[in-house]
Design a binder for this molecule. Structure first.
Ligand SMILES: Cc1cc2nc3c(=O)[nH]c(=O)nc-3n(C[C@H](O)[C@H](O)[C@H](O)COP(=O)(O)OP(=O)(O)OC[C@H]3O[C@@H](n4cnc5c(N)ncnc54)[C@H](O)[C@@H]3O)c2cc1C
Length: 483
């Protein structure tokens, strides 16, 4: 069916997932709305390691799918995994066609290795500046595309529903002025929830607000308990967003150790320091509980540091560390949400006209633990798929009858309450969990003892309740009290 012109398709979010939908939805008119400008507040722009794709000699999508399932503790949806791995090489080719310059060794793409991968499979750009390069290529193309308009510096704060179908979206700008955009289809591509934890690699805006908006509209949540903790954030001692120390460093030979230089992984896993992230995060967590942090020794990179890992190099120097000569102090930090709004491979949430894609969505491609560098890929592959489907189907006609209602998150917690909530979530829902601590955190929030309202509190209750309910360990959800 050919696309019909009419009400715009509204895409909330200008990270990799939102932009991929917008580009693929041509020729349908698309309005991209985002809180930041130029994707500056997105996780996508901060991505370091790169994008996983079986493009190396001897590698296959089947092997990529196998590693994805193994990392995900086979909690994944198999068909989504096959689709992701099979479409990865084409996604890389599309980016090259947009002018994205991946790092190369002569004619060939230079491939990195990250945790859980049994092959060199990570394409990257600008050394460890892959996300910035990716977003620059997508934004440049989207701004030049005739079918896409942008409204930046606005927040999607409510969805208008008619007879439980999407009828519009309310945007609020920095001055508090609101606009209603009529639409019959809206795509939530609002990113993850890392900023709800006191130690995170995520930007402050990755706070689960899009997830709460989707839930308010009647979409279902799935797998909320599965939060991935990155093993190596720079231990700055600060509360909040910590600089990431990419796993690609371990792929390049860096080693995790304790204060005496003893390996953290010796004898624990055949892949050593490149075991799946959930395992490595727990080793680092254990050392952090003992000695405040673990160490990453990447001095072997020497003079190659500023060229191969300019982002991490700059972050270390900014904190008074020379990683070519000194070991890097590292701690685990909340990094990625495998759970989210329940949807199918076409991003459908169950609410007519409401779609979810990227980190806010959960089609179970990542299972219980995401394989490294599969999330930019998820945004590219499932964003493209959703955009094409929406272009082929044309705009949904408006619902003509029925009551209107606003779906809203409600008021936000104040900064002090939020800081307490983030500490509480880190303590109860961090890399190592137990029933007693989860139940006590829930009681604190349920009883509202010293925890004034806010939608973040309601989201935290949902997260804690699902983590408490899953009594056994699985993937990134590790229960120290499991039998
Ligand atoms: C430091 C870091 C490094 C990473 N490295 C890698 C890597 O190397 N490889 C990899 O595969 N993955 C990596 N990841 C994970 C990956 O970057 C993210 O999972 C992915 O980019 C998420 O993309 P997204 O489009 O879903 O969300 P985001 O990129 O976070 O974009 C969210 C967008 O939604 C907008 N938004 C949110 N709420 C609203 C609202 N209410 N109204 C309007 N706009 C809103 C924001 O402004 C933003 O534009 C990394 C993550 C971090 C934090």
């Amino acid at each position: 069916m050919s696309a019909r012109r009419g009400l715009p398709l509204v895409v909330v979010g200008s990270g990799v997932a939102g932009l991929s939908v917008a580009l693929a939805a041509a020729p349908r008119p698309v309005l991209v709305v985002a809180r930041g400008s130029d994707g500056g507040d997105s996780a996508s722009a901060r991505a370091q390691g790169g994008i996983a794709a079986a493009v190396g000699p001897g590698d296959t999508p089947m092997a990529h799918a196998h590693d994805t399932l193994e990392a995900g503790a086979h909690h994944n949806d198999g068909a989504s995994v096959q689709y992701l791995a099979a479409r990865a090489p084409a996604a890389i080719a599309r980016l090259q066609a947009l002018g994205m310059a991946f790092d190369r060794d002569g004619e060939r793409l230079r491939l990195g290795r990250e945790g859980g991968h049994h092959a060199d499979r990570i394409v990257h750009a600008g050394g460890d500046a892959s996300g910035a390069a990716l977003l620059a290529a997508l934004l440049r193309t989207a701004r030049a595309a005739g079918h896409i308009r942008f409204r930046e510096g606005v927040q999607a704060e409510a969805l208008l529903l008619r007879a439980d179908a999407v009828a519009g979206i309310r945007l609020c700008d920095a001055h508090g002025d609101t606009t209603l955009v009529e639409c019959t289809e809206a795509v939530l591509a609002t990113g993850g929830i890392g900023a709800l934890f006191s130690a995170t690699t995520n930007p402050a805006g990755a706070d689960g607000n899009g997830l709460m908006l989707g839930l308010a509209a009647g979409a279902a949540a799935r797998d909320l308990e599965f939060v991935q903790f990155h093993p190596t954030a720079l231990a700055t001692g600060d509360d909040g967003t910590l600089p990431l120390v990419t796993e690609a460093l371990r792929g390049a030979g860096a080693r995790l150790c304790d204060a005496h230089g003893r390996s953290l992984s010796a004898g624990l896993h055949p892949l050593g320091d490149l075991a799946p992230r959930d395992l490595v995060a727990r080793w680092v967590w254990k050392e952090t509980c003992r000695n405040g942090h673990a160490w990453l020794d990447a001095t072997l990179l020497g003079d190659a540091w500023p060229v191969r890992f300019p982002t991490v190099h700059a972050a270390c120097l900014a904190h008074g560390l020379d990683p070519a000569r000194q070991r890097i102090p590292v701690v685990p930090a909340a990094h990625f949400h495998m759970g989210g709004l329940a949807c199918d491979r076409d991003g459908r949430t169950g609410v007519r006209g409401l779609y979810a894609v990227g980190e806010v969505a959960c089609n179970r491609v990542h299972g219980a633990n995401r394989l490294a560098s599969n999330s930019l890929l998820e945004g590219l592959v499932f964003g493209h798929r959703l955009g094409r489907r929406l272009a082929e189907a044309g705009a949904l006609p408006p619902v003509a009858h029925g009551a209107h209602r606003w779906a809203e998150r409600g008021a936000a917690a104040d900064p002090q309450a939020l800081a307490r909530l983030r500490a509480l979530l880190w303590n109860a829902m961090g890399p190592v969990r137990d029933g007693g601590t989860l139940a006590s955190a829930l009681r604190t929030l349920d009883g509202d003892i010293g925890m004034p309202g806010g939608w973040q509190r309601r989201l935290a209750i949902l997260l804690l309740a699902t983590a408490l309910q899953r009594g056994a360990s699985l993937g990134a959800h590790y229960r120290s009290d499991a039998a």
